[in-house]
Design a protein around this ligand. Sequence first.
Ligand code: AMP
Length: 189
Amino acid sequence: MRLILLGPPGAGKGTQAKILIDAFGIPQLSTGDILRSAIAAKTPMGLAAKEIMDRGDLVSDEIVNGIVSERLDQDDCRAGFVLDGFPRTIPQAEALDTMLKTKGMALDAVLELTADPDVLVGRIAKRAKESGAVRADDNEDVLRNRLAVYREQTAPLVSYYRGKGMLKSVDGTQPVDVVSAAIRSVLGR
Ligand code: AMP
């Protein structure tokens, strides 16, 4: 099962990816997680990505395309994978098409988790206030930027994959188990 999870920040992609990897025994490929590990390990790539990620902007297509291409070559991806947070731009999606073709792999579906941006901002702001760990307004600013970046650069992927007949949309604002059941239902699995 080779899947892409698409949707705005806070729509539950990470949570649903974890459920899918358990259900299908396939790995989650999160470019965000890989970049955060690179930051923690202070690699040159991590150092280059940190400021960009702190602002909520996108790191270069070149960097993330390289990460994904390398990751797809690892043995555990043979049975499939869930891409979480990649692709995020049309050029990334085109690069992925080429990569998969070269590697002899084909996608099964692109799952879009839909969510109203206002609900997402409210959710994150509430969480930030409750945790008290960071200033809620700082977090809210970054989230608003990430949502703007999503709208401008990532949302066009919805039409891109719909045009290829691969898009399946699920309302991501429902409870976690309802969303995961809806995903299984659209996948027919
Ligand atoms: P995520 O954990 O998927 O929300 O990603 C966190 C951050 O990592 C994003 O806000 C971007 O700065 C960066 N990032 C993750 N995936 C990508 C990608 N496919 N393209 C560009 N930047 C990415």
